[in-house]
Design a protein around this ligand. Structure first.
Ligand code: ATP
Length: 364
């Protein structure tokens, strides 16, 4: 196990800055996901950790050892890419054995480790199969096995599941997490898929436009997004984000939401955070699953524009004009497109963001 520290890391390609001053600590044995949309700098960061690219500025440390000038082959990292790199002229067994044979391990140990990893990744019945004939799903599983078998201290995976089919991806999410628990490697996993990051990672580093936006456990980034980008990016559907301005009412501080009327009074903790921040123009955020159908006169009446029934859940699109809301209900929710429903938002789930900076307004 090895800890990784990125200090003031910057990467420029000519005049273009792909990564802007990144500081990140990845703990020993931690599963860290680098998550963000295409082009945000995830792979660039990963390639620098691997030693395939050199930083323009800053340092990468493995357990306090500066990696500057240390070649990829000497860093003790295993790397799995989106496009599986395996030897098609070898069978499954020999592909798995390759890294151990290069390291000149005795053949008896090679054989027992191949058997163990094949069992773990459910490749045992395929050991004698020529690799050229395997499906994409199995090839990617084999690529993961081939890297994992040499038990690198650091395991880097760059979108390893993006080419495999959806059902297999779900299986592999569980298997990769098990693999990491078993071998206790420090794992860095690049993905643009928030579901992958949420289900597997111990912590997630959310990135956008070459800037690290937030680092936290899946629940931290989900419950308390640091800014509007994270709030919108994490969650499916993402957080509802409505423009509003703060207003005093006889029942306490509320948010005036234009055509949607006024919010419920804000929780006392949020009121004191807002008063300290001095913000007046805000974005009022709440998760779609924190919305309920209200039977009381205090609910917010909204027209239903669209109803998506997706198995276990119903996603209801509500609102008019610019202010749009998504709500997630059980699959049997009695909501029809074209009707008007009254909704209530769980007060403790409300998050506020400064409309100018996009930064979350939080109590200390
Ligand atoms: P994706 O999943 O699409 O690869 P990403 O978050 O991994 O997204 P990067 O591949 O790190 O993004 O790229 C970040 C930015 O740097 C992109 O705008 C990309 O075009 C640019 N970039 C990456 N490599 C180079 C290069 N060798 N030369 C010039 N620009 C590059």
């Amino acid at each position: 196990m090895t800890a990784i520290r990125l200090e003031n890391l910057v990467k420029r390609f000519g005049a273009f800055t792909a990564l802007k001053t990144m500081d990140l600590e990845i703990r020993n044995g931690e599963f860290m996901a680098l998550l963000g949309p295409s082009g945000c700098g995830k792979s660039t960061t990963m390639n620098m950790i691997a030693g395939m690219e050199s930083p323009s500025e800053g340092r990468i440390l493995f357990d306090d050892k500066d990696m500057n000038g240390v070649a990829m082959g000497r860093r003790g990292v295993g790397f799995v890419f989106q496009n599986y790199a395996i030897f098609t002229h070898m069978n499954v067994h020999d592909n798995l054995a390759y890294g151990l044979r290069v390291r000149k391990l005795p053949e008896s140990e090679v054989d027992s480790r191949v058997k163990a990893i094949a069992e773990f990744l459910q490749l045992t019945p395929l050991l004698k199969q020529p690799s050229a004939k395997l499906s994409v799903n199995i090839l990617q599983r084999l690529a993961i096995g081939r890297s994992a078998i040499v038990e690198p201290a650091i395991f880097l995976l760059d979108e390893p599941l993006s080419n495999v089919d959806a059902a297999f991806r779900a299986v592999m999410r569980t298997e990769l997490k098990h693999l990491q628990r078993q071998f206790r490697q420090t794992m860095v996993y690049v993905t643009h898929d928030q579901l992958e990051a949420m289900t597997m990672a111990d912590r997630i580093a959310v990135m956008d436009h070459g800037v690290l936006q937030q680092v936290g456990t899946p629940l931290e980034v989900y419950n308390n997004p640091a800014n509007l980008f994270v709030a919108g990016f994490i969650g499916s559907p993402g957080m509802n984000l409505l423009k509003g301005s703060l207003a005093d009412s006889d029942r306490g501080l509320v948010v005036n939401l234009g055509e949607m009327g006024r919010s419920q009074p804000l929780d006392p903790e949020l009121v004191s955070a807002v008063r300290q921040s001095g913000s007046r123009e805000v974005v009022y955020g709440f998760r779609p699953e924190r919305v309920s159908l209200s039977g009381t006169a205090e609910g917010m009446p909204l027209p239903v524009t669209f109803v998506e029934r997706i198995g276990a859940r119903t996603v209801v699109h509500l609102g008019a004009g610019e202010q749009r809301v998504k709500a997630v209900f059980d699959n049997d929710a009695a909501v029809e497109s074209g009707s008007t429903v009254s909704i209530a938002i769980e007060p403790a789930s409300v998050r506020l963001f400064d409309a100018g900076t996009g930064i979350a307004i939080r109590g200390t």
